[in-house]
Each structure stands twice: as C-alpha cells, then as structure tokens.
Design a protein around this ligand. Structure first.
Ligand SMILES: [Zn+2]
Length: 257
C-alpha cells in the first residue's frame, strides 16, 4: 500500500514553497490524520491563497483527510477573487499590515477604504479585520495562517507599484479616485476654493484646483502640475482594473519573488 500522497501545486503558488523544493508535484508522507488544509500549509502555502482543492479530480474541502495514494490538486484563488460585500457596499474594504504604508496611501488615492496603522500587532490586526469585514493584506505568511482570520491575502511584490498591480489584478475593485484622504482614509468633502484660499501659497492658488477636504482630519487636497505622478497612478490603476475584469490582465507576467 502506498504511504504517500502526491500534491500538485499551481504555478502561482510555487513562490510559497522553499526555494530548494519549488516543484509543482510534491510527494508528502501520508499519516492518516492530516487534513488537506494541514498538508497544504505544511508545504508553506497559506490557505487564504488557495482556491479550488481536488482529490482524485473531485472537489474537496480543506477539512477532508486524504487517503494513501491520493493525488491532490491545489489551485490558486481565482483572479479576480470575489469578496463578500454588504448591501450597498461597492468595493471591498481593506486593512494593511504595518509594512504596507505606501501601498495604503495609493489605495486611498484610488478611493479604496483602506485602514492602516504603523503600530498594530498581529492579534489586533485580525480583530479589526474581522470586526469591520476588511480584507487583511500582508506579506507575513504567519499572519495568514491564523485560523480566526475571515479573509486575508498575500501581497506580491516588493515595490509599491508591483504591490498595487497585484492588488488590482486580484480583486479588480470598483475605484473612486480622489474621494479619500491619503493620510487618514477619511472621506473628502467638496470645499469652496475661496474658503481655504488664504491658507494656500500664491503659486498653489494660481495653478491648482482644490477638490476636497478630509471630513476627519481637515487636510485639503488639490490637483495640479505636481499631481501628474498621482494622475498617472490613477490612470494606470483604472486601466488595470478594466483589464482584470475583461480577463486580459495576464498579458503582463505576474510578479514573482
Ligand atoms: Zn484625513
């Protein structure tokens, strides 16, 4: 009798395997008690990254115990990946771990509801993500292994540009650019230019259009010459989401580590 199972891992998940054993077909000793979820995690793949699981070609849940000799297939989450939304909610809400501050500001620029604190420990992150139904974004695999977490995602890429692309490809969220405070995530309210004009420097007054003031922290936002960099981010993100929706996103290779 065979005393192992064969686990076939999707290409998109190979990055989670130790570099020396990054092969799509792994043989794992069968112990009769481990569930599929446990087997997958023991190989290094966080469960929130796993989409469909099959055993001998049949769909199976993570709590199923494979039999000796079984062949298991582990797919990555589909892209775009659906996130449960509440009635009236247009896009998923997010919570980012302490290392993703730049990504957080870019997501807010795009109007995504993005909570971020630079001083929050793992248990507190899980509590907030669950309480506010926010997708927890992180590059900490340990955090994604926490059973209590309702919805997590590993962010691929080390540069904020790559991380943002990964996020947009993965969730293809509805964007509302220029509607959120990049500093605190507050909602921007329309503001009369005259009202705040005296606080602006002369150069700013001449060449910028004020577009909003943060309802929470009072920060005033305007668009203009120096906003070109941000305009580019918004344009590229909008195109990226469109491509993710229409399934043309794979034209560019995914980021790998
Ligand atoms: Zn603010």
């Amino acid at each position: 009798m065979e005393s192992e199972i064969r686990v076939r891992i999707a290409d998109d998940l190979l990055m989670f395997l130790p570099a020396a054993r990054r092969e799509p077909l792994r043989r794992v000793p069968w112990d009769g008690t481990s569930t599929l979820g446990h087997v997958v995690e023991s190989l290094g793949v966080p469960l929130p990254e796993v989409g469909r699981l099959t055993v001998r070609g049949e769909p199976a849940g993570a709590s199923v115990r494979p039999a000796a000799g079984d062949e298991v297939r582990v797919d990555a989450v589909p892209r775009p990946q659906p996130v449960p939304l509440e009635p009236g909610q247009e896009a998923p809400r997010f919570l980012l771990d302490v290392h993703l501050g730049t990504l957080a500001r870019r997501m807010r620029l795009l109007g995504l509801d993005t909570a971020y604190h630079n001083d929050m420990d793992d248990p507190a992150l899980v509590v907030q993500a669950n309480a506010e139904r926010r997708v927890l974004l992180t590059q900490d695999r340990g955090l994604l292994r926490r059973r209590a977490l309702w919805f997590g995602a590993y962010v691929r890429g080390s540069r904020p540009d790559d991380q943002l692309r990964d996020l947009l490809d993965r969730f293809a969220p509805v964007l509302s650019p220029w509607t959120r405070c990049t500093a605190c995530n507050g909602v921007l309210l329309p503001v009369d230019k005259q009202e705040i004009e005296r606080d602006l420097e002369a150069g700013t007054r001449r060449s910028y259009d004020v577009y909003g003031r943060c309802a929470d922290c009072g920060q005033v936002y305007w668009r203009g010459a120096h906003g070109d960099h941000l305009e580019k981010i918004v344009e590229e993100a909008t195109r990226r989401v469109e491509a993710a929706r229409t399934g043309t996103v794979r034209a560019e290779p995914a980021v790998s580590e």
